[in-house]
Design a protein around this ligand. Structure first.
Ligand SMILES: *[C@@H]1O[C@H](CO)[C@@H](O)[C@H](O)[C@H]1NC(C)=O
Ligand SMILES: *[C@@H]1O[C@H](CO)[C@@H](O)[C@H](O)[C@H]1NC(C)=O
Ligand SMILES: *[C@@H]1O[C@H](CO)[C@@H](O)[C@H](O)[C@H]1NC(C)=O
Length: 384
């Protein structure tokens, strides 16, 4: 494997091969990763869902893009910041036929995606058809097309050797966890969480077989602190902790995350030539919800964009960007004027401000298991 890296990417200046990590560190101005391939849901969709089903509206995108940009937040999502940090363009959605450029990877994430196959009789709430198995098939097809077209002069595709020099990121599973929670409860959901974790592990192995060597797997955020779930999920007052989050749901997330971490440890043993990194963004997000003011924010469990005000500013009947006539009154779910003060954008998704803080933590490796700092592999560009 070392040889593959070295021969396919000659290092012009200094080249040290870190034996433990099996990726060469070369010219400091460059990056060991030339592309990013991402698998996920709305937390990392950069436009796939809305390319397939166009309907996105303002105020999504208001902070950074100044227009709806296919992301389920006011600005950039975590992988946007990672791409910028690596000095690469934003990762084009695989499903977006207009304006895409895949030379630095592809994003298979779509809003409402699950790891497991969506079960239409079980998933009462809307889910995406693009579950993880479909996203993996799209990745395989992407590689087939790259291999087929590489000599044809197509300019918006990467070279065939890219797959071993790419970063594979996973931020998926939240919809498996929450999609049925209101109907079957924590104990019902727990029955299939082992399947979710093992499917993530088997997907990594399939991508390894395609040449992938470095995998960042983000765990789940504390959904018990999300304004939408605080409003929608059944709970009693005694289930609320001193930070305003639901104890039972957050404990269930921690249990899931422990299971995921263990599965990644096993996957690392099964694939000794790969970097399989478990990234504990849960701890970062929990800290933001619990102590927003320590991180330059003001509000934890209150959504920026919503309807009704109050502690959560979330009305399940009127989502961010929508208006609805209820009892003869037009209710509008509009955005706050200061999204940079919030952790939660629309009750479900994090703001750009929160995503940026999580991205810093991912890049510098402080929450990675085993320790993994992208600064060791790339000359990380600052982003604002
Ligand atoms: C889908 O959900 C229904 C209702 O709970 C269940 O009976 C069925 O077995 C599920 N199908 C799959 C493929 O999981
Ligand atoms: C919602 O917006 C409509 C149209 O701008 C306005 O007429 C209505 O008063 C608004 N509703 C509330 C509750 O502010
Ligand atoms: C890494 O990120 C964490 C969380 O944002 C931060 O507290 C820490 O200071 C950062 N370390 C470095 C070396 O940048």
């Amino acid at each position: 494997m070392n040889e593959i890296y070295i021969s396919s990417r000659p290092c012009l200046v200094i080249c040290i091969v870190l034996m433990a990590l099996l990726v060469p560190i070369c010219d400091a101005k460059k990056c060991a990763f030339e592309a990013i391939f991402n698998f996920g849901d709305s937390n990392s969709d950069t436009g796939g869902f809305w390319a397939a089903f166009p309907a996105e509206r303002p105020p999504y995108g208001m902070t950074y893009f100044k227009r709806p940009s296919g992301r389920a937040t006011d600005g950039r999502v975590i992988i946007d910041f990672i791409a910028q940090g690596l000095g690469q363009p934003f990762v084009s959605p695989y499903l977006q036929s207009i304006g895409s450029d895949y030379r630095h990877g592809a994003n298979f994430a779509t809003l409402a995606s699950t790891v497991r196959l969506p079960n239409t009789s079980l998933f009462v709430t809307g889910v995406s058809p693009f579950s993880l198995a479909i996203q993996l098939n799209q990745m395989k097809q992407f590689k087939v097309r790259v291999d087929e077209l590489h000599s044809s002069g197509k300019t918006n595709l990467p070279p065939p050797g890219i797959f071993g020099k790419s970063l594979y990121t996973f931020y998926i599973g939240q919809n498996d966890f929450t999609g049925n929670l209101a109907y079957i409860g924590i104990s019902g959901v727990k029955q299939y969480l082992p399947q979710v974790v093992s499917q993530i592990a088997s997907t990594i192995k399939e991508i390894y077989a395609l040449g992938g060597r470095t995998f960042l797997v983000l765990n789940l955020a504390p959904i018990g602190c999300y304004p939408a779930f605080l409003v929608e999920l059944p709970h009693g007052n005694s289930d609320i902790d001193s930070f305003g989050c639901m104890i039972s749901y957050n404990n269930a997330v921690v249990e899931y995350n422990d299971m995921l971490k263990e599965a990644m440890e096993q996957t690392r043993k099964d694939l000794p030539n790969a970097n399989v990194i478990y990234v504990d963004i849960h701890t970062v997000m929990l800290e933001l919800f619990q102590h927003p003011t320590s991180h330059g924010l003001k509000y934890g469990t209150k959504a920026c964009c919503g309807e009704g005000g109050g502690a959560y500013n979330f009305n399940p009947k009127v989502f961010c960007g929508n208006s609805k006539i209820i009892n003869g009154q037009t209710l509008n779910a509009t955005a706050c004027s200061d999204p940079y003060n919030y952790v939660s954008w629309d009750g479900i998704h994090a703001t750009e401000a929160a995503n940026k803080l999580v991205a810093y933590a991912i890049l510098n490796g402080s929450y990675s298991h085993p320790a993994f700092s992208l600064y060791k592999y790339c000359d990380i560009r600052p982003f604002t």
